[in-house]
Design a protein around this ligand. Structure first.
Ligand code: ADP
Length: 459
């Protein structure tokens, strides 16, 4: 594991082979069949999940620092978004798990139709490096809450916090075999998990290319259900009637630049009404240039490191393409602080991005904002929907009617109004179009980890 802060080697991890993955899946299945977790009364599962939440809270600082050294997210975001959010997620599903019930169907009086919600069995979870603990918890907590066993594969560049979380789960009373962690590359370890014949459900957050491979793996193996969260190219739409353009610029800058833009819901396309285009870009430029990029463990840093050299090289290659396609770099566009040995990129704004341009269509997953002007609400709507993605969006307007029209018309899993990026466990997060299927968070996430079973009883 190489730290993006300064390029130092943190530790070395084993890569799980296909045979190792098979053993992990067999262990998960054996634990599920044995029933110490899968048939534990809900109150017992609740107690363990609460204990895990308590322990994450107690260790929040250590977990945050471990994760930051591994993946480079600035402290001010990582502390809240990683241990803070993961603890909240375990607590939410601890509280939820004994409040979801089966059904009695409205059958004829001589029959009793019961609909049971059964755990699916073995869940495979493959997670990315940008928020490993938060996203890991989004998959783990609801899957465990419903009584399943899990085989979890962290990203190869950010595994350490999830390994510690597995220890915490064990120390808090999760029976052996219920949670298994396999470290290694996507091509070997991840692919073996995706092809495993005894995994019932695969839940994933990551790139579209990998998502496609997972669907192929399901088709080539046992037709396991596959839930995908695949990122986006989310429009942040600023109308001239926005209540407060300065505040919109402040929040919009956070919406694209925090965690160096390595956020699936990042507002990476700014669509701005032409009459305020120049003023708004100037406000945003001031915000971007005021951000202190640097050591993510320095509490005064607003933005930390890009996760890896590969990711930084990829971000910079988008800059070359943007220039060739007529975009103008207003600020940023380059590597900075190379002398630290770390991987840092300046917050970047590119104007004049046309709907055909690569920067309009492709997810960078870096601190790069593409700016495109529009003239009418209809054009804004058309541009908002003119990519293959549909994860998140935002609309800044003082008109309630316009806000509702935009919320209804934008094809995305979440549309923010007069803010960017707020949410908690009570609401689902998931995409439409090529941003994926299924939802993390909220009571809806529980549905991914249950099968419905009917009992039809002749009276
Ligand atoms: P990102 O661009 O966020 O790195 P990836 O889709 O490459 O997105 O990675 C997300 C997760 O998917 C990581 O845990 C990675 O190891 C895993 N992964 C990558 N390729 C494959 C694959 N072919 N099969 C299964 N998992 C994979």
């Amino acid at each position: 594991m190489v730290s993006p802060i300064d390029g130092s080697v943190l530790t070395t991890l084993e890569g799980a082979s296909a045979a190792d993955v098979d053993r992990a899946v067999a262990s998960a299945r054996a634990a599920f069949e044995e029933g110490r977790w899968s048939r534990l009364a809900p109150a017992g599962r609740k107690k363990v999940l609460h204990a895990i939440a308590d322990r994450i809270e107690a260790e929040a600082l250590d977990l945050a620092v471990l994760g930051i050294r591994d993946n480079g997210t600035e402290f001010n975001m990582a502390y809240k978004a990683e241990p803070g959010s993961a603890a909240g997620t375990f607590r939410y599903y601890a509280e939820a798990l004994d409040k979801v019930a089966g059904e009695i169907a409205p059958t004829a009086p001589d029959v009793l139709g019961l609909v049971h919600r059964m755990p699916v069995g073995v869940v495979g979870a493959i997670v990315p490096w940008n928020f490993p603990l938060m996203i890991g918890a989004w998959k783990l907590a609801p899957a465990l809450a419903m009584g399943n066993s899990v085989v979890l594969k962290p990203a190869e560049t950010a595994s350490l916090t999830l390994l510690r979380l597995a220890e915490i789960c064990s120390e808090c009373g999760l029976p052996d075999g219920v949670l298994n962690v396999v470290t290694g590359t996507g091509a070997e370890t991840g692919s073996a998990l995706a092809h495993a014949m005894d995994v019932d459900v695969l839940t994933f957050t990551g790139s579209g290319a990998t998502g496609r491979r997972l669907l192929e793996a399901s088709a080539a193996s046992n037709l396991k259900r596959v839930y995908l969260e695949l990122g986006g190219k989310s429009p942040n739409i600023v109308f001239a009637d926005a209540p407060d353009l300065k505040q919109a610029a402040q929040v919009s800058a956070k919406g694209i630049f925090r965690n160096s833009g390595q956020v699936c819901v990042a507002g990476s396309r700014l669509l701005v009404e032409r009459s305020v285009h120049d003023d708004f870009v100037a406000l945003l430029q001031a915000e971007a240039e005021a951000l202190k990029v640097g050591d993510p463990l320095d509490l005064t840093s607003h933005v930390g490191a890009v996760n890896s050299e590969d990711q930084l090289a990829r971000n910079l290659s988008f800059m070359a393409t943007a220039a060739a396609e007529g975009g103008e770099v207003v600020t940023g566009g380059r590597r900075i602080l190379a002398e630290t040995g770390g991987t840092y990129m300046a917050p970047t704004i590119v104007t004049g991005v046309t709907p055909e341009a690569t920067l309009f269509q492709k997810e960078v997953f870096g601190p790069v904002l593409a700016v495109t002007p529009f003239d009418t609400e209809e054009e804004a709507m058309r541009l908002a929907n003119a990519t293959d993605f549909g994860l998140a969006a935002a609309v800044w307007t003082g008109s309630l009617s316009r806000a509702h029209r935009m919320v209804a018309g934008i094809r995305a899993g979440v549309v923010h109004v007069n803010t960017y990026g707020g949410a908690d466990n009570t609401v689902p997060l998931g995409g439409v179009k090529q941003s994926g299927n299924g939802h993390d968070k909220s009571l809806h996430a529980l549905d991914k980890y249950v099968d419905l079973k009917t009992a039809w009883i002749q009276l």
